[in-house]
Design a protein around this ligand. Structure first.
Ligand SMILES: [Zn+2]
Length: 139
């Protein structure tokens, strides 16, 4: 049973995941498929959280798929057909969202980056977008 109680934090995790896809995925169709996978993951977590279990020690999300009647254990990998075909799947997207949501440090990092958007000089170096820092190019 997976229940998202802190929807504000979960919202930030989702926003962070989408912006990461935007920043790191160059191929347009892969980007589109991951965004779709994330969107489906969000819906599945909200509606079918009772069929999911977060396994803290394995860092993986158990998902009982009602469609295939299989149980998938997703972290970076998955056992579903989409993964076999090398496609993004919502299981992996869901596992990543839940991991970030569950990890206190990661949640704090998401929190920090949300604050950093308002205060650009606090933004971690890796995420800096030159054009956003008051017009001064720094990388
Ligand atoms: Zn999968």
């Amino acid at each position: 049973m997976l229940e998202i109680r802190n929807t504000e934090r979960f919202g930030k995790v989702i926003a962070g995941a989408l912006s990461k896809i935007e920043q790191t995925t160059k191929d347009a169709s892969t980007k589109k498929r991951w965004i779709r996978a994330i969107a489906k993951a969000v819906v599945e977590i909200e509606q079918n959280g009772s069929f999911m279990t977060w396994q803290e020690e394995e860092n993986s999300l158990l998902i009982w798929s009602q469609r295939s009647n299989q149980i998938y254990s997703a972290n970076g990998i998955c056992q579903c057909r989409a993964f076999e075909e090398g496609s993004p799947c919502f299981h992996r997207a869901a596992a990543r969202l839940v991991r970030l949501y569950m990890e206190p440090d990661a949640a704090a990092a998401v929190e920090r980056s949300a604050t950093a958007e308002e205060i650009p000089y606090l933004k971690p170096t890796v995420e800096i977008k030159a054009e956003r820092i008051a017009g001064i190019r720094i990388n």
